[in-house]
Design a protein around this ligand. Structure first.
Ligand code: MBD
Ligand code: FE
Length: 284
């Protein structure tokens, strides 16, 4: 390692993710927004599933107390956003996708930050002067479901660095690093220069990591780009793009991969990787 920055602790990234979620959803009043009927139906179903698991697996008092202890730790460590996005969000996205047209989506995850630098259609994401990683160019076109190019569409893009860390959630990375809002040109095109992200490892020193270790699972997500693609009059698409042949592609801990979301970057003469991908937005 050439840097002197400490590795991010689970507690640091957990509390940042909790803060980011609260900021994004401030003014929304939680359960007051959901009808009593829906709360009763869904919460009853969830609790019934828990009760049934306890009966089926004859869960003991020590196991119940261990679970209670762990749940308290998730809250204290600020890891509810991480835990829920890794283990639950993919099912919510799957249900939402049933009624969607246009490009496939995927989960948002805990590390989105709004209001990043706006950039022209051909742009480099903000990066450190010595940003490590293989240069990657991500280029394509945004069209609507009738095939018309969408000019002025925003590609809100963010991804981990060459060590798998996200700016805003790991110490020592400048604010806004490897994040940006790229605006498509008159032909709906974009061409974004960045670096190839590394796979993401769930912090092993927090409660989510403890659970994964205790169960003997692995803590990895395959390398990915996050995007929200939006344009007036169209449904925004939240998605992720992965890399053919990458580690963990077939065993994402967050179960958020889809075959349609795998890029196959080609190495160019000067050594950089080029990936082309087009987005299709449906009208609202
Ligand atoms: C990530 O980087 C991520 O994308 C998700 C969904 C969960 C945890 C970390
Ligand atoms: Fe991610």
């Amino acid at each position: 390692m050439t840097t002197t920055d400490p590795s991010p602790t689970a507690a640091d990234s957990g509390s940042s993710a909790t803060e980011a979620f609260r900021a994004a959803h401030q003014g929304e009043h939680g359960t007051e927004q959901v009808s009593a009927e829906r709360v009763a139906t869904v919460v009853h179903a969830v609790l019934s599933g828990v009760h049934e698991s306890i009966r089926e697996h004859e869960v003991s008092y020590p196991e119940f107390q261990a679970a209670k202890q762990w749940l308290m730790n998730v809250g204290e460590g600020g890891e509810w956003p991480l835990f829920l996005d890794v283990f639950v969000e993919h099912a919510v996205e799957e249900v939402a996708a049933r009624s969607h047209e246009g490009s496939q989506g995927s989960i948002l995850g805990p590390y989105y930050l709004p209001n990043q630098t706006r950039l022209p259609a051909e742009a480099s994401l903000p990066a450190r002067p010595d940003e490590k990683g293989t240069p990657l160019v991500f280029a394509g076109q945004v069209r609507d479901t009738s095939g018309q190019p969408v000019s002025g569409a925003e590609l809100d893009i963010w991804h981990a660095d060459d060590e798998g860390y996200y700016s805003g959630f790991a110490p020592g990375i400048p604010e806004g690093n490897l994040r940006g809002v790229v605006v498509t040109d008159e032909q709906g095109r974009f061409r974004i220069s960045t670096v190839q992200p590394a796979p993401y490892q769930i912090p092993t020193d927090g409660p989510t990591g403890t659970l994964i270790t205790a169960a003997g699972w692995h803590p990895w997500r395959p390398a990915h780009l996050h995007l929200i693609v939006r344009a007036p009059g169209h449904r925004p698409i939240t998605t992720q793009l992965y890399f053919e042949g990458g580690d963990w592609l077939d065993s994402d801990v967050a179960e958020a991969t889809k075959p349609e979301l795998v890029l196959d970057p080609q190495r160019q003469q000067d050594g950089h990787l080029l990936s082309e991908y087009d987005f299709v937005l449906e009208p609202v």
